[in-house]
Design a protein around this ligand. Structure first.
Ligand code: KG4
Ligand code: ZN
Length: 336
């Protein structure tokens, strides 16, 4: 009955991260080296630069994670790593590093699905949360509504047909000149605006009640901006982004709560970078309270990309006996 210590590595996008997690729920260290400032001048993540930055940071980040946890590699039970989905060059840095460490230290290697990692951030934040529950995963690259049937077992109810929720935030932020990364800036700016100032469409997909669509909303926002420019009307940015955000939040919350009610689950969780959005958290909490459903979300640092969540997911994969071979490879479009 020994403690299981996972050294986890995450490098799927623009954060190089390493963490040590005990028994899937207790974070002993959580080190994140963000590349955001490097990519800001390009207005988004440049994949080739991301790979190079990961190579520069990965060893340092791992050493820090072990030091802060006060453990050495020999005391680690297993090495977990994100192997997809994500940028292939970025993923390869983490995967190669994890393989080398695990092989040298004679430890089991565990491949983790990035989205399963995001979901598992909730296990860290809420020690008593256990499957089954409904989970909304909203990040820069993904928008999924799933039932978490058991640890590592998902049933997908819906997904986005076009843009991911975070992508929509980033594009709207760019269009109104708030810069990159857009999500947190829209979140902050929207607090000074009226969410009902402009009536934007709620994206619906005919015949698929749990699917999302944000491209129509994005076009409506861009049309609004172009129209104002042509007529010389002044754009009230806080009202605009608050109204946009309100439409996104409405779509996300209504489908999530509808799913919980229809499938009869008493717990809802949100995950991914957009789960740190203050309006989404407040609206989900309110809708769940009204429906008598428990609402969970991780603290902001566990919502955006980090390795602690990968360590949590890796623990449950380890318990399920899912040990990877030395041929583990990066899978950029890995399916859930
Ligand atoms: O999970 P994440 O760190 O990376 C991916 O796996 O994609 O998510 C990043 C996304 C970005 O699109 C970012 O703009 C968005 O999450 N985001 C937010 C907020 N914080 C981050 N979106 C809305 N409100 C926020 N507070
Ligand atoms: Zn992510």
């Amino acid at each position: 009955n020994e403690d299981v210590l996972i050294l986890a590595i995450e490098s799927s996008c623009d954060e190089t991260a390493a963490a040590v997690v005990k028994n899937g729920r207790t974070v002993l260290s959580n080190v994140i080296s963000s590349q955001i400032s490097t990519h800001t001048i390009y207005g988004g993540v440049v994949p080739e630069i991301a790979s190079r930055e990961h190579i520069k940071a990965v060893n340092y980040v791992i050493r820090r994670a072990l030091a802060e946890a006060g453990v050495g590699l020999p005391e680690i039970t297993a090495v977990g790593v994100t192997y997809g989905p994500g940028l292939v060059g970025a993923l390869l840095v983490g995967v190669a590093e994890a393989k080398a460490l695990a092989y040298a230290a004679k430890k089991p290697l565990i491949g983790v699905h990035h989205i399963e990692g995001h979901v598992s951030a909730n296990f860290i934040e809420h020690p008593d949360l256990e499957p089954p529950f409904v989970c909304l995963i909203v990040s820069g690259g993904h928008t999924h509504l799933v039932i978490v049937k058991d640890y590592g077992k998902f049933e997908i109810l819906g997904r986005t047909r076009d843009d991911a929720a975070g992508e929509a935030f980033d594009k709207v932020a760019r269009a109104v000149g708030l810069g990159y990364p857009g999500g947190p800036k829209v979140d902050r700016t929207a607090r000074e605006g009226n969410p009902h100032a402009i009536e934007f469409p709620r994206g619906k997909v005919d015949g698929s009640p749990y699917d999302f669509s944000f491209s129509g909303l994005k076009s409506a926002v861009l049309n609004h901006i172009n129209h104002a420019k042509m007529t010389g009307e002044e754009i009230h940015v806080p009202d605009l982004v608050a109204s946009f955000q309100n439409s996104v939040v409405d779509s996300l919350v209504s489908r999530t709560v509808m799913a919980a009610k229809e499938y009869g689950y008493g717990q809802v969780a949100i995950a991914g970078g957009v789960a740190s959005n203050t309006a989404l958290r407040a609206a989900m909490e309110q809708a769940c309270n009204k429906a008598g459903i428990r609402c969970c979300y991780p603290s902001p640092v566990l919502c955006t990309d980090n390795a602690a969540m990968i360590g949590a997911a890796a623990y449950y994969e380890y318990c399920n006996g899912n040990i990877a071979g030395w041929d583990l490879n990066a899978v950029p479009n890995l399916k859930l």
